[in-house]
Design a binder for this molecule. Sequence first.
Ligand code: ATP
Ligand code: MG
Length: 303
Amino acid sequence: MSYTDTPLVEIAGLSKSYGKHHVLKDLNLTLPPGIHALLGPNGAGKTTLVNILSTLIPYSAGQARVLGLDVQRDRKQLQGLISLTGQYAAVDGALSGMENMLMMGQLFGLTRRDAKRRADDLLERFELTKAAGKRAATYSGGMRRKLDIAASLIAGPQLIFLDEPTTGLDTRSRQALWDEINTLAAAGTSIFLTTQYLEEADVLAERIMVLNGGGIVADGTAAQLKQRVGGSTIQLHDDAGHIIETLPTHGDAADVAHQLAAISEQRPEVSVTVRKPTMDEVFLELTGAPVPTNSNKKEATSE
Ligand SMILES: Nc1ncnc2c1ncn2[C@@H]1O[C@H](COP(=O)(O)OP(=O)(O)OP(=O)(O)O)[C@@H](O)[C@H]1O
Ligand SMILES: [Mg+2]
């Protein structure tokens, strides 16, 4: 069965409340197949949304379809097509890495032989072959995380939900996981991930959504989000390197050249840098979180 023409995710008027606490408010979203990242501060509702879309918890109102299937009505069917790696590792510490993999394979209805073949391959890709026979309880946090993700891939799902997949991974493991995500995506698997690492969203995702205050406050490519918070700027520095003024620019060569010519004529004493906002600045701006005070970046945004 092919789902290529079907939206990956279709959400209409989706809300989720815990008592009087409205965590998600009237969300509307349609996503095509691909890699999508959900950002948001702690408590924004990222895990809640992932858990709803992966059929773990019910929503309060609205509609949600994943791969064309209703997340509540078609729950069982959908569960065979998706996988979820939760925010907290769900491996069984009493079992070895290999046993965890085989158990997951069995849960998804693979034959033991297929499960073993897939498990060997995945353990190798996640550099866990040497540890495969050891009890998962003896693994480091990062190894557990990798095993958890490897196990979720055993049945070759069409869509993978990853809730903060690289939290706690070292730089090399994070890079390895990014490569793995790109490999999976190139082979036609869609990914819906949440992350606290903005660089991760920037590097991986075709589309980034920022969740805050119960709603999606920004949605677009990394470049579009950066543009939304003001695009590139020209910063003027004094002798000591402090920013004394920040000028907006479209970022294209003609505009930058035009402004630099004026600066060089009128204020030859200043030095200049041209910079794009970082994803961190985009995130802080969009979520209203305070900008760190221990940097003079603050001046740059006080136009
Ligand atoms: N079972 C629950 N009962 C009551 N409130 C809950 C429950 N689960 C989540 N919440 C509340 O919903 C809000 C969103 O939580 P959620 O875990 O979805 O946030 P998050 O964006 O994943 O945060 P983090 O970045 O810390 O993982 C929080 O205020 C949380 O306290
Ligand atoms: Mg969470």
